[in-house]
Design a protein around this ligand. Structure first.
Ligand code: NAP
Length: 286
């Protein structure tokens, strides 16, 4: 833990490591948070190549960074370079947030919990007993499904282009809840019973904005439909769901909340989520 007095005694060094990194909206978001709370410091983009990752992680200690976010392609590889990994991040198999406590580095995964916080704040207040369909079985899906399982849903069905990945993930976490996996082509019947339908695939993301992950006629009327993508802010998949009377939820809230959790881990202070959202929206629109 860090006290507010210690936090304000020296500039706070924060950043995000990835390759590429220039497009990242994390610096804009966290800089806005630092300013809103009158904290001295900076959050910088760190362009780190795969072959330099170990040196970059050592640099966190050497330069006294309080924390960094980790993004593509380092979320898995970075784990072996840390002193401790939080339980959830270990099971998910990826770290997106590192906290430096006096040279001791601990890795967390805030993607899934950030997503669920956003989903609950914006559209489904209680996930208990709900039937949830997750399209995709990649890194983001793992974080989200793990976090969803903490909410005691009735059932989660994972559907992926590569069916084996969905089936294997369902098997791996079968002790944590009622999970099953299948191919996207075989999910129609399960979708017809869904309360919440979530796209975690990259289908529909810029620049491939006209593609959708599921036949639109399969989307039941009036359910909650969510998409992790936030560029564009409203995907064609969400637009089709809206036309079918569904309540929709885009990926911006997840991005803000994974950042908010990271900020809270680093500072011990409540993150100014609205200010962070405004900063990212402004940056996306310019
Ligand atoms: P990933 O590990 O590479 O997984 C990609 C997933 O998409 C896999 O399930 C893959 O299926 C599926 N997929 C890719 N292309 C496909 C296609 N043409 N047709 C059908 N399925 C396809 O990527 P990720 O890290 O999980 O990220 C997935 C998405 O989440 C991205 O759009 C990313 O931007 C978004 N995301 C958003 C946030 C946020 O803060 N809002 C955070 C993290 C990620 P296969 O297994 O068959 O290849």
């Amino acid at each position: 833990m860090v006290t507010e007095k210690k936090l304000r005694s020296a500039p706070l060094l924060l950043g995000v490591m990835g390759d590429p990194i220039a497009h990242s909206k994390s610096p804009v978001m966290h800089e806005a948070a630092l300013r809103a709370l009158s904290l001295q410091g900076s959050y910088v983009p760190l362009h780190v190549k795969r072959e330099r990752l170990a040196q970059a992680v050592e640099g966190i200690r050497a330069m006294g960074f309080r924390g960094v976010n980790v993004t593509v392609p380092h979320k898995v590889e970075v784990m072996s370079l840390l002193d401790d990994i939080d339980d959830g991040a270990r099971r998910i198999g990826a770290v997106n947030t590192i906290v430096n406590q006096d040279g001791h580095l601990t890795g967390y995964n805030t993607d899934g919990i950030g997503y669920v916080r956003s989903l609950k704040e914006e559209v489904v207040f209680d996930l208990k007993g709900k039937t949830v369909i997750v399209l995709g079985a990649g890194g983001a899906a793992r974080g989200i499904i793990y976090a969803l399982l903490q909410e005691a849903p009735g059932q989660i069905v994972i559907a992926n282009r590569t069916a084996d990945k969905a089936v294997n993930l369902a098997r791996e976490w079968s002790g944590l809840g009622n999970l099953s996996g299948c191919a996207v082509a075989d999910v129609r019947q399960a979708v017809s019973r869904a309360d919440v339908l979530i796209n975690t695939t990259s289908v529909g993301m810029h620049p491939d904005i006209h593609s959708t992950p599921l036949e639109s006629s399969w989307i039941p009327e009036g359910i909650v439909v969510s998409d992790l993508i936030y560029n564009p802010l409203e995907t064609v998949f969400l637009r089709q769901a809206k036309e079918r009377g569904c309540q929709i939820h885009g990926g911006l809230g997840m991005f803000i909340n994974q950042g908010a959790y990271a900020f809270e881990y680093w500072t011990g202070m409540s993150a100014p989520a609205e200010v962070m959202r405004e900063a990212v929206l402004h940056s996306l629109q310019n």
